[in-house]
Design a protein around this ligand. Structure first.
Ligand SMILES: *[C@@H]1O[C@H](CO)[C@@H](O)[C@H](O)[C@H]1NC(C)=O
Ligand SMILES: *[C@@H]1O[C@H](CO)[C@@H](O)[C@H](O)[C@H]1NC(C)=O
Ligand SMILES: *[C@@H]1O[C@H](CO)[C@@H](O)[C@H](O)[C@H]1NC(C)=O
Length: 391
């Protein structure tokens, strides 16, 4: 790769280009809808406030097609972390912005989002901290924390059905990160909520979190997911096809759920998922001396040993993905980017220089929108049935 531009100048150029893109493509702001009727059903955010979504109506040939997209934003795994979350827009609709920008897969302009620009596009706001799986009836008056993510999911769909979702010809359930996980966990239940004739598919963006040991050898993510599932009472809302054979906390991992999902499912993920590398492979708890700190900030600072760990992570990722690909109703786009979420920002979703497959295979190394890295020398893209998403 040509690196003639001085890296600082390159940095400024990148910033400038991003700024221009921002001005050009982030023009659409969509107002918030609070689902007030949900409160009576106990379908509320962590702080008891009503759930919310943003909806941009479909038009033209897209009028009966619906894209339902889950917002992401991590989880909360104990009372302390849920109390902090309650004070943010990820735990309370009182703190959410009234308008948000729709870009990437949510963009309403054909050149920026040729396949979904004219669909009804809905972004469900994330304020429960459990990937929309929680349901605990009791509310501790001392904390006033509500664990009701699964009820929010139902209440939002019930609100959208009479607004046209019930007549949908096409419906795609997507989401990024914790929202991408939600789109796998709720994929079949989404299909069950819609009329028989609707063509339903799911798209998980950066939601394929894998069960691996961290760099200290501890099962950090397993413990963490177990805490989430326990605290939020998620077990009864996870797919029965998994919970009937495995412990509920395993069924928060796509690798144990996705193989049994019956609705067509498309998995989009970076094999070197940057969030997973920072928080699952090398979480700070597994790195008391901070030897991973600068590597996590910039992969150019990683030692050969750290790069090796990251490459091993990729192999484990591909291995965990393997069982989810044994069906003709699965599609995959697994690139070698050091990235997390590739549908929501315009540069990563659809621009002239976004990572694409075509006559000439390109990967992140050739895209200015990713940190290029020494680990991309095994630049492998897996692609199965991209058309699954669109046909
Ligand atoms: C709660 O979880 C966070 C991680 O999200 C952890 O840092 C903290 O120590 C936990 N607190 C308690 C009281 O267990
Ligand atoms: C899954 O793993 C098996 C055994 O290692 C291998 O034969 C198969 O090709 C893999 N499938 C995919 C889709 O990678
Ligand atoms: C794929 O594998 C899973 C688990 O091994 C299994 O439950 C599922 O039925 C398989 N799907 C197909 C279509 O073979």
């Amino acid at each position: 790769m040509c690196r003639m531009v001085d890296s600082r100048l390159g940095h400024w150029l990148k910033l400038l280009v991003s700024l221009m893109l921002l001005l050009k493509t982030q023009g659409l702001y969509v107002g918030i809808t609070y689902v007030k009727s949900a409160v009576a059903k106990g379908a509320v955010c962590l702080d008891g406030s009503p759930p919310a979504y943003h909806w941009d109506k479909g038009f033209g040939t897209g009028i009966n097609s619906w894209l339902i997209h889950f917002e992401g934003g991590g989880w909360c795994n104990n009372v302390t972390s849920c109390l902090s979350r309650k004070k943010t827009h990820l735990g309370s609709s009182k703190l959410m912005g009234q308008q948000i920008a729709f870009s990437g897969i949510m963009n309403n302009k054909r050149p920026f989002n040729p396949d979904f620009y004219n669909w009804n596009r809905v972004k469900i706001r994330y304020c429960d901290g459990s990937s929309f799986t929680g349901d605990v009836q009791a509310v501790n008056p001392a904390t006033n924390l509500h664990f009701r993510g699964a009820r929010i999911w139902l209440a939002v769909i019930e609100d959208l059905l009479p607004k046209g979702l019930k007549n949908a010809e096409n419906a795609l359930l997507s989401g990024c990160s914790a929202g991408g996980l939600a789109s796998i966990l709720h994929c079949d239940s989404f299909r069950a909520l819609l009329r028989m004739g609707t063509k339903v598919k799911c798209l998980s963006d950066a939601g394929y979190f894998i069960k691996v040991k961290d760099v200290s050898g501890a099962p950090h993510v397993q413990t963490y997911f177990n805490e989430i599932v326990t605290l939020h009472g998620s077990a009864k809302n996870l797919p029965l096809s998994c919970t009937s054979v495995l412990k509920p906390s395993f069924c928060f991992f796509p690798q144990y759920v996705a193989p049994q999902v019956r609705t067509p499912l498309f998995i989009l993920n970076a094999a070197y998922d940057s969030w997973q590398i920072r928080n699952i492979l090398a979480p700070s708890i597994a790195d008391p001396l901070g030897v991973w700190k600068s590597c996590k900030l910039d992969i150019n600072n990683c030692s050969p040993l750290q790069l090796k760990s990251m490459q091993d992570f990729r192999l484990q990722f591909l291995n965990a993905l393997n069982k989810s690909t044994n069906s003709s109703s699965r599609g995959l786009y697994i690139d070698s980017c050091y990235a997390h979420c590739q549908t929501e920002t315009q540069e990563k979703w659809f621009m002239e220089d976004s990572p694409v497959l075509g006559k000439k295979v390109r990967d992140c190394e050739f895209s200015p929108h990713y940190q290029s890295s020494p680990i991309v020398y095994t630049s492998v893209i897996f692609l199965l049935q991209l058309t699954l998403l669109l046909s």
